[in-house]
Write a protein that binds this ligand. Structure first.
Ligand SMILES: [Cu+2]
Length: 172
């Protein structure tokens, strides 16, 4: 994952470099704290597929507790995946097809569920298939430049309490 805009909150014209660095850290921390209070991620998991597969999917629920809409523009999964795309699944002529979404919006006070058979995060170009029981750090990039991260559990299927598991194809 290429780091772009990590220091978006750099303070402008500070003369001493160390002071600018301290300010940058301070501003990113405060932005992160503010954002994490507004956008929460729950039920975050990554599907463990056979080790020969180079792609897999991740699912989660995004809760927007804020009073303005939030737009997710991208995602990352540490160094595990070359890239992470937002996909949706659509039935076309009787076949389930995945389509990439440019972004995903969550209205104020609403939540959006990314679940098997529907919208999901696609982890592409895996360094290796994660094993069931492992954890993966997943981060969502927001249109504001902020990142919201969560630890995803790796497992083979949806948890017992999440029932609607449609047969989803992940071949591209
Ligand atoms: Cu997909």
């Amino acid at each position: 994952m290429i780091i772009i805009g990590k220091f978006r909150h750099r303070a402008g014209n500070l003369s001493k470099p160390w002071l600018a660095a301290v300010a940058a850290v301070f501003f990113s921390l405060s932005a992160a704290a503010e954002q994490s209070a507004v956008v929460a991620l729950t039920d975050v998991w990554v599907r463990a597929l056979p080790p020969t597969q180079t792609n897999t999917a991740a699912y989660l629920t995004v809760i927007n507790r804020g009073d303005t809409g939030v737009t997710i523009t991208g995602a990352s999964a540490d160094d595990l995946a070359d890239k992470v795309e937002i996909h949706t699944t659509r039935e076309i002529d009787g076949y389930m097809r995945m389509e990439q979404l440019r972004d995903l919006s969550v209205a104020a006070g609403q939540s959006v569920q990314l679940a098997p058979g529907g919208t999901h995060l696609m982890l592409l170009g895996l360094a290796r298939m994660p094993l069931s029981g492992e954890t993966v750090q997943l981060c969502l990039e927001l249109a504001t430049g902020e990142e919201v991260c969560a630890v995803a559990e790796v497992r083979k299927t949806v948890a017992a309490q999440q029932t609607h598991n449609h047969h989803e194809q992940h071949q591209r």
